[in-house]
Write a protein that binds this ligand. Structure first.
Ligand code: C2O
Ligand code: CU
Length: 476
């Protein structure tokens, strides 16, 4: 109750005026009791070392009513199968486009050659097949894949195109690992529905498209039957704009972030996820005691520095965990999860500054023919992400592994929230692949911002190579 009053007071005081002004774009969330078993995306079949992935239109039955025209991968009308790849293995994915328009398929969080990245420079025309092939060389992590056609990413993702891409490695760690049983994908998105069942795209504000209904793996109001004392949830925020702050009335341990496992587990009260971010959590359950995984606002009535208008302040029911009356005992979460050496910057690292403003980075809008930054393969740099804007943003860097410079342990990231008025400093480890012609992307992962131009391009250029594309002038 006090939180509610506080929240009301905060909004009334106009502390978030800019956002309150566009809150008409945020539909009130529809509440429904948990009633459907959580769908688990199937694992993508691998035949002769190849994953065939077709993007195609379909029809989805989310609610008891008219069906929804959607897009999906791998025969799923919405979403996509989970691709699993091992460190050291060569991955071959052949993406066929059966959509009525050009798309791309980006491997978010993967370190790989720029030509395989699936960003705006690797278009797949309708009827065509694009083959991506690379060797996986990074630690175990929960990554994902989604379309990235310049100017149309929000629309393609909103139609349903998104799936998980799990990297496994050979480092033994005793965490729950039975896919769909005690190691469970939780892909969060939000949608609104029109009277004819189609996705409603009218509810849009300065942050992007917001839905009044949360879908988890495409399931509305889901529950998960749990048979073990601990369940590992691999949570992906695949929403176009909405941020979540996960909380559950049971012990919750954070074990991994975007780019892999933490050095050691952390018992946490909540975990915030902006669009594109992932978290691996382990929840301890008690026999027969149902608990709801919720998204809750923080003490300021917000998530990521934003209130209801931007999908923050509502309390949302996400997933009900329904433990059986008798549970199989899981191992305790190990005290050491990863021995990956944290990034360190060396003595005089290159420092770059990125100023985030309205649909611009360093005052620039995305230009497919301009290269904004040139990096060295394997370099470790310090980037300052400066948000003086009234809106929240986050920054995703392709190909790179990031760690936020903050006290305490460093989590592996590829997407970093930068709340309004804040500066976030990150260590950036550039991938090893040089290509003087094909750029990677840096962008806000609030998809409307990305589509509206909040994206820059960088080349990774080796010694003795010359950038082939036009490199923009220095900032300012
Ligand atoms: Cu998840 Cu450049 O995107
Ligand atoms: Cu943004």
């Amino acid at each position: 109750l006090s939180r509610r009053r506080f929240l009301g007071a905060t909004l009334a005081a106009g502390a978030l005026t800019a956002l309150a002004a566009c809150s008409s774009g945020a539909p009130p969330v529809v509440r429904r009791p948990a009633q459907r078993p959580l769908a688990i995306p199937p694992l993508a079949p691998v035949r002769d070392g190849v994953v065939e992935l077709t993007a195609a239109p379909g029809e989805s039955a989310f609610l008891d009513g008219p069906t929804t025209p959607t897009w999906g991968y791998g025969g799923m009308p919405f979403g996509g199968p989970t691709i699993r790849a091992r460190r050291g293995e060569e991955v071959v994915v052949r993406v066929t486009n059966r959509l009525p328009e050009t798309t791309t398929t980006h491997w978010h969080g993967m370190t790989l050659p720029a030509r395989m990245d699936g960003g705006p420079h690797q278009p797949i025309a309708p009827g065509e097949t694009w083959e991506a092939r690379w060797r996986v060389d990074q630690p175990a992590a929960t990554l994902w894949y989604h379309p990235h056609p310049h100017g149309a990413t929000e629309r393609h993702v909103h139609r349903g195109l998104a799936g998980l891409l799990l990297v496994d490695d050979d480092v033994p760690v005793d965490l729950p690992d039975r896919y769909g049983l005690d190691d469970v994908p939780v892909i969060l998105t939000d949608r609104s529905f029109g009277p004819d069942g189609s996705f409603d795209t009218a509810h849009r504000n300065a942050v992007g498209l917001l839905g009044d209904t949360v879908l988890v793996n495409g399931t509305v109001a889901p529950y998960l039957d749990v048979r073990t004392t601990r369940v590992r949830l691999r949570v992906l925020n695949a929403s176009p704009a909405r941020s979540y702050r996960l909380a559950v009335d049971a012990p919750m341990t954070l074990v991994g972030t975007d780019g892999g496992l933490l050095p050691s587990p952390h018992v946490v009260p909540d975990v915030a996820l902006t669009p594109g971010e992932r978290a691996e959590i382990v929840v301890d359950v008690a026999p027969g005691r149902r608990v709801m995984v919720r998204s809750v606002p923080d003490d300021l009535g917000a998530v990521n520095g934003i209130a209801t208008a931007a999908g923050g302040a509502d309390t949302l029911d996400l997933l009900e965990l329904r433990p059986a009356d008798r549970l199989e005992a899981s191992s305790p979460v190990p005290a050491v999860l990863s021995r990956e050496v944290p990034l360190s910057s060396g003595v005089s690292p290159r420092v770059r500054r990125f100023e985030l403003s309205n649909n611009r980075i360093n005052g620039r809008a995305m230009d497919m023919s301009r290269v904004d930054e040139v990096l060295e393969p394997g370099a470790t740099e310090i980037w300052e992400l400066v948000n003086r804007h009234t809106l929240p943003h986050n920054i995703h860097v392709h190909d790179a592994r990031l760690q936020v410079i903050a006290p305490g342990e460093r989590a592996w990231k590829d997407t970093v929230p930068v709340p309004p008025g804040q500066t976030v400093r990150v260590l950036v480890r550039v991938g090893p692949y040089a290509d003087p012609e094909v750029p990677y992307m840096i962008h806000c992962h609030m998809l409307r911002h990305e589509d509206d131009g909040m994206m820059l391009q960088f080349l990774v250029v080796g010694a003795g190579q010359r950038p082939a594309a036009m490199v923009g002038h220095a900032h300012g």
